[in-house]
Design a protein around this ligand. Sequence first.
Ligand code: HEM
Length: 566
Amino acid sequence: MAATSSRPAARRVPFPIFEDESKPLDLSTLPSDHFLAQRPVTPPRPESVIDEANWADRARPDTSSLAAADYDVSVATGFLPPEEPVQTLRGVGHGWDEVENALERAQEEAASMPGGGVGKLSEGWRESVRRLPRASVDVLATLPMIRRAHTLLAHIEHFYMHSTFPSQTVVCASIAAPLVEVSDRLGLPPILTYADTVLWTWKMTDKSLGLRADNLEITTTFTSTPSERAFFLLSLFCELHGPSILRLMSSTLDESFFADSIALARIATYLNSISALIDELTALMAGATRGPFGPEGRERISPEAFYWEIRPWFNGGKWTFEGVGKNGEDKVMEWGGPSAGQSSLVHALDVFLGVDHAPRHGHAQSSADKANGHESQGFPNTFVEPPSPTAASSSKPAPPAIVVDKAALHKAPSDETFMQRMSHYMPGHHRAFLRHLESLHHPNPSAPNAPVLPSLRKLAKRHPAELGQAYDGAVAAMKRFRDQHMRLATVFIVQQARREPARESVHWAEWEAKRVKKEAEKEERRRLGLVEGAKREAIAGTGGTDLVTFLKRCRERTVEALLQQE
Ligand code: HEM
């Protein structure tokens, strides 16, 4: 029954809702000044863009501090771009055709080798990469083209670095220079990210059918295998839930301004719908854990192939980027490889529900600090490493200084700050979106008299009868999501790490050496009469985390958000 009251008309914010989501969004039907119709835009830098109807317009009355912001989040496509990504820079000239050719050759070599090709690409291919003409970033006229450039260069970078075993350590100038330049424009690090492997790497099989799970293909991969495509499709299918989730989040924020009985009832309904959508993500992951998943069960990721043949291509590392320093010096940076931990969708849900991954104590920043914009931008403070004392005191000329990117040195990561660090691997707009989402619940320094929106968790605490169950229901759905995600990580990583790789894999010799060493140690302990303990080696995640401890911690933090502790 429709509720009636003297309540003011709902503050409807400029958040277009498309009636029929199954139809593709026809941009030509939108008014020319509509924020979606304006894409693709040509922002030379992310900050310079756009009059998108931004989150602030929707969620708080005062938007003065955010008037120029564009979070690149669409109600039609969520964190996916509103149009099919640019698939190739062939035809652009200025060096890009050669770069596309280099990627294609690497893919052909890798596909022709048993074991996915890691560590086995030819020196001829590497030499051809080093000789590539420097592709010009200035000729890339649109944002989607700049994104393609990042995806393209980051794939070649990883092909190049892992083309030998052990991996290369120097990203050659022909790749490093344009990659650092496009990364800078996108607010991304110069490494393969979730955006390159999922958000910007799909196409529609039939354009007339629009964006839906049974109509999507992954276009750029390392191994050209169905397993690799299925691995990325799994995340892409999750992202397809983004628009519905974001719309419900937006409506919830609208209603929480009123917080009257109608608003609370609506919020409870929205939260129930969000729970159901999170459960759909969980169901997708459950399918992939068991085997076939996706439309008509067409997709399947082979755990062995994923772990030994596909995943090694993703590894990041501490690499020297040739000639990218201010004065053309080399620069050392360390970055982790791509992970769905970089998905803004999951972070947005955490922020919205008040799941707090921040360190509980110690030196890290408070979330209030972050919300007030006191957080570092996450982009590199660099310093020049002085020549070593021996070199300085000797009569020989000092070697050229190397710029070390200190902020990017992500070694020995603390799992407590992983979620924060992952945000640095998101496109700049999405990172800004998440910051803004957090900041809604803190005073806006540039508009001190503007009302501050209560966080959803606070609201639920204040109105337990109306919201308690629905709020806890959504948090419990996030916990189920993380339970299932842990199973996925167990099947695809933990179990595989304990199994022997194929003999033709470059990993076999290392694995065998480790096994022999462990046997010898075991034997020695037995000889000394020491009791055999159940000692298990910690297994690292793609981002270098001790993954089981880390994933458990994320789940614990989720449970902590429940109002009624389980
Ligand atoms: C076979 C599929 C998957 C595997 C093997 C996997 C594995 C992992 C691993 C090892 C981590 C630890 C962080 C790291 O070192 O990267 C992680 C984190 C994470 N993954 Fe996945 N993942 C998979 C699919 C997904 C999907 C489909 C999503 C949803 C979009 C997802 C979301 C996350 C999130 C949000 C984190 C951060 C930790 C958390 O929030 O609980 N993963 N994943």
